[in-house]
Design a binder for this molecule. Structure first.
Ligand code: IPM
Ligand code: MN
Length: 361
């Protein structure tokens, strides 16, 4: 029987509540499809930081690198200054494990009400490939004359050709394999580059040249499109059906995927994965710690559950992943009233129970 060693980082706020349900469902799938999940829990996040001052040490990072995969809830706490836990734990893991892709499907599940009138699951069904270890997130920069009237702050967007190229290649492969044509839903597999070539004339010139060169040389079968990031936000609302696979920088990807999330019913249903195709990946819902809902058993665990499904798929357990996704579709179509916290009609744990039971059927 296949056995996978998984590090579980429930994290802060509602992270532990949703992670518990993701684990419950993943375990039900393991039982059903005949593999074993050996889980080791870690308390990285606010609790450990406030007790010991520790975020994620180099030793812990190395330890995480020894697992088959990582399942994470959410990181961040209002009691800790912004940036400390995000940079110290979440971004440290992403960068340290070189998880250079953040894969974020924007998918409207059946029965979920879409805030865009007239749009349904057929229209909202695309994937954002967000570059995950470069750009503005490298934190390159600093202050000069901090605290004075002449203060200057610089934070640079840094991309190397190597970083851009490996991200684009992943996105082209993804489009070829899972694009609309591959899924029998369109005439082409299409990859759209999202940038800002009209203003960020260095960074996105690099992205665009690499995009066209790699596309011409190795992916002539994948249709290419380009959108400025501001325009893409407009189209994501006006005509989301025009998208298939999108690839973009770290910062733009962060922003457009929150917008995408609301079109799929909210952060409660938006899953994601930080992927190192050659190494250890880490799966997490794209939303945050939702501090105001902590401990109330009202937060929606479906995003975490679907992130668990993405994890199983990355481990090669496709059947298990599909069974979880199908169970979630069954739940959204038949059971859950809303994707918003407190409005599902069931508690967080009941949602997990129902999906786990459906997977086990
Ligand atoms: C996300 C989050 C993180 C990010 C934060 C918590 C650092 O917003 O995963 O989208 O900006 O990447
Ligand atoms: Mn974000």
């Amino acid at each position: 029987m296949a056995k996978y060693n998984i590090a579980v980082i429930p994290g802060d706020g509602t992270g532990p509540e949703v992670t518990r349900e993701a684990v419950k469902v993943a375990k039900a799938a393991a039982e059903k499809f005949g593999f074993e999940l050996a889980l080791t829990e870690y308390d990285f996040g606010a609790t450990r930081y406030l007790k010991t001052g520790e975020t994620l040490s180099d030793e812990s990072l190395e330890e995480l690198g020894g697992y088959d995969s990582i399942l994470l809830g959410a990181i961040g706490d209002p009691k800790v200054a912004p940036g400390i836990l995000e940079k110290g734990v979440l971004l440290k893991a992403r960068f340290g494990l070189d998880q250079y892709i953040n894969l974020r499907p924007v998918k409207l599940y059946p029965g979920v009400s879409c805030p865009i009138t007239g749009k349904g699951p057929d229209e909202i069904d695309y994937t954002v490939v967000r570059e995950n270890v470069g750009g503005l997130y490298t934190g390159t920069g600093g202050f000069t004359m901090k605290g004075t009237q002449h203060e200057v702050a610089v934070q640079s967007c840094v991309y190397s050709r190597y970083q851009v190229e490996r991200c684009l290649r992943y996105a082209f492969e993804y489009a070829r394999k899972y694009g609309k044509k591959a899924r029998g839903k369109g005439e082409n597999n299409t990859l759209a580059l999202v940038g800002k070539t009209n203003v960020l004339t260095y960074v996105f010139d690099l992205w665009e040249r690499a995009f066209n060169e790699i596309g011409d040389a190795d992916y002539p079968d994948v249709k290419r499109e380009y959108y400025h990031v501001d325009a893409v936000c407009l189209y994501m609302i006006q005509s989301p059906e025009m998208f298939d696979v999108m690839v973009t920088s770290n910062m733009f990807g962060d922003i457009v995927t929150d917008l995408g999330a609301i079109t799929q019913g909210g952060l409660g249903i938006a899953a994601g994965g930080n992927i190192n195709p050659e190494g250890v990946s880490m799966f997490e819902p794209i939303g945050g710690t939702a501090p105001s809902f902590t401990g109330q058993n009202v937060i929606n665990p479906l995003a975490a559950i679907c992130s668990g499904a993405m994890m199983l798929r990355s481990l090669g357990e496709d059947e298990a992943a599909t069974a979880i996704e199908d169970a979630v579709k069954w739940g959204t179509a038949n059971k859950f009233k809303s994707m918003a916290a407190g409005e599902m009609g069931y508690g967080t744990d009941e949602v997990g129970d129902m999906i786990a039971a459906k997977v086990s059927e």
